[in-house]
Every structure is written in structure tokens, then in C-alpha cells.
Design a protein around this ligand. Structure first.
Ligand code: URA
Length: 213
């Protein structure tokens, strides 16, 4: 597993505003969107391109375009949706799939309650969007889901990651695939409720307001 922490003054600034509990949802959504575009820039460094011949107003030249098969972007519902627009703005030719995952609080097993993905992902570059890599269990389940469908190249974009979650993903993935995590910061730890500390709270609630269950 490769890990990239996107260190940049603009990222640190925007992340600090996101963390602040006084930041309202509308600003939070805007900043999350902006941060994703910066993470996407790092996360797409290895996207496969091919040569294309074009004509400028001055001369013919060889340029680059994103090669097929099209990369696929997969937000994990619900909080990953807050990262989708920023990502597709940077990668407009990508296809978008969806994974809805939740954790059974008793068994701790991760259950997939929604999925909209091609059955065959072989040869596809996959980009998972999930703002918070906390315990890592959801990310491991999402990665496994993609690997079972033939994917071998997976980049996970997260606003924040906890050391515990990174260890869990690394131990699970091993050398089964080329997996990369791109995050804006690695925080201190998880608390006893599996929230990232200092973190930013519940990303879904901060993005969309609280939904009673
Ligand atoms: N999910 C969140 O939204 N926040 C955390 O801190 C951990 C998991």
C-alpha cells in the first residue's frame, strides 16, 4: 500500500476551517469540494494517458489524453457524496459508481446496502471517495469489493486518516493489488467511539445535517 499525505499550506488552511465546529454546513461542503480537487491532483498522478495527435492554430503536435478503459470514481454513501463533484470536475471523463456501506453495531461486520458498479472492473483504475478513514473496516470492505470484481489499481481519497485505519488497510491489502491512500492529514488516533481525534466530527452530519435513525 502506498500512502501520500498531501502537504500544502492551502490544504492545511482549508482543513483547519473544516475542523472548526463553528463552520456551517454550506461552508463545509464548499471547502470539502475544494480540498478534494487538491487531493485529486495528487491522486491522479498515475492515471493512464495515451498520445493524441492534434493541430494547434500554429502547428501539429502530439498531446495526451486519458486512456481507456475509463477510470471509475466510487463515492461511499453517504459522506463520500460530498467529495464527488470535486473529483469529477478534475476527471470529467470518469464513470461514477456507488457503494453504500454501513457497519452493524453489534457484529461490527460491514454490510453493503447499495451498489451500482460494473461487474467487471479488470483493467479499470478505481478511485474510492470516503472523507474519513477511521477504523479502516469500511475501506477494507470497499477495496475487497472492487478486487473481487477484478480491479487491481485502487486509489482511496480521504480528507483525514487515523493511524489505526491505515494499519488495518495495509494489513488487509498486502500485495494483492496496487492500492494507494491519498489524504490531507494523518491525525492522532481514534477515540472510544471510533471518531478520529482531533478530526472534524461526523463528516456526513457536517456535510448534510444530522439524520435521526
Ligand atoms: N466517520 C466520521 O464521519 N468521523 C470520524 O471521526 C470517524 C468516522
Amino acid at each position: 500500500m502506498r500512502l501520500h499525505v498531501a502537504e500544502h499550506p492551502l490544504i492545511a488552511h482549508k482543513l483547519t476551517v473544516l475542523r472548526d465546529q463553528k463552520t456551517p454546513s454550506a461552508t463545509f461542503r464548499l471547502l470539502a469540494d475544494e480540498l478534494v480537487t487538491l487531493l485529486a491532483y495528487e491522486g491522479t498522478r498515475d492515471v493512464v494517458v495515451e498520445d493524441i495527435e492534434i493541430q494547434t492554430p500554429v502547428a501539429p503536435t502530439t498531446g495526451k489524453r486519458i486512456a481507456g478503459p475509463r477510470p471509475i470514481v466510487i463515492p461511499i454513501l453517504r459522506a463520500g457524496l460530498g467529495m464527488l463533484e470535486g473529483m469529477t470536475r478534475m476527471l470529467p471523463t470518469a464513470e461514477v459508481g456507488f457503494l453504500g456501506m454501513k457497519r452493524d453495531e453489534e457484529t461490527l461486520a460491514v454490510e453493503t446496502y447499495a451498489n451500482r458498479l460494473p461487474d467487471d472492473l479488470s483493467g479499470r483504475q478505481c478511485f474510492i471517495l470516503d472523507p474519513m478513514l477511521a477504523t479502516g473496516h469500511t475501506m477494507v470492505a470497499a477495496i475487497d469489493y472492487l478486487l473481487e470484481r477484478g480491479a487491481r489499481d485502487v486509489t482511496c481519497l480521504c480528507l483525514l486518516a487515523a493511524p489505526e485505519g491505515l494499519k488495518t488497510v495495509e494489513a488487509s491489502v498486502g500485495d494483492r493489488a496496487n492500492v494507494q491512500i491519498v489524504t490531507a492529514a494523518i491525525d492522532e488516533r481514534l477515540n472510544d467511539k471510533s471518531y478520529i481525534v482531533p478530526g472534524l466530527g461526523d463528516a456526513g452530519d457536517r456535510l448534510y445535517g444530522i439524520v435521526d435513525h
